[in-house]
Design a protein around this ligand. Structure first.
Ligand SMILES: [Zn+2]
Ligand SMILES: [Zn+2]
Length: 174
């Protein structure tokens, strides 16, 4: 089975890389499996180091304070992470990659997350990437919701904040 990652999934994978534990090649295998990404090679310690550096670049996009700086950071990602597009036959029907065939996992992640984020944010809104608004959480997320107003990383954080607001309201009334 092949998934086209150069879209919403690429943006979600980018956020997942920012949040991921990246201590060993097994962490890369787990991350790829969670996002249905088929790795062409087994990850090595070099991929771990490379992906950790790439995560810093991705976080610059997440934490860019203005649209202009976000676009600059995205352009840096595209310059570093993608190659000219080419059609691959490696798996299933022909499809477009923004990288050569048969590259290490680090480069697969870089191409997918750079192009995926750039495509997603320009198509759906530059604001659709951020960190959780809960005061004790800084998990990054790509907002793929219909209305594009996601504030928390997860229903869990949204519910916790709702409970907090409710308690604060009640104690204000007492
Ligand atoms: Zn492919
Ligand atoms: Zn959160």
């Amino acid at each position: 089975m092949h998934f086209n990652h150069y879209s919403d999934e690429g943006a979600q994978l980018a956020a997942a890389v920012v949040n991921a534990r990246l201590d060993s090649p097994a962490d890369i295998v787990a991350l790829a499996a969670e996002h249905y990404l088929l790795l062409e090679r087994s990850p090595t310690a070099e991929d771990v180091a490379g992906l950790r550096r790439w995560r810093t670049e991705l976080a610059r996009v997440v934490d860019a304070p203005t649209s202009g700086e976000r676009i600059e950071a995205l352009n840096r990602l595209l310059a570093r992470g993608t190659a000219h597009p080419r059609i691959s036959l490696h798996n299933g029907p022909p499809h477009v990659h923004f990288r050569p065939d048969d590259v290490p996992p680090e480069r697969q992640f870089a191409a997918i997350t750079a192009f995926g984020l750039a495509w997603f944010l320009t198509q759906r809104g530059l604001h659709r990437l951020g960190r959780c608004a809960a005061p004790d959480c800084d998990v990054a997320f790509a907002d793929v919701t219909r209305n594009g107003r996601q504030r928390y990383c997860s229903p869990r954080c949204a519910n916790r904040q709702a409970v907090r607001r409710h308690r604060a309201h009640r104690s204000a009334l007492q």
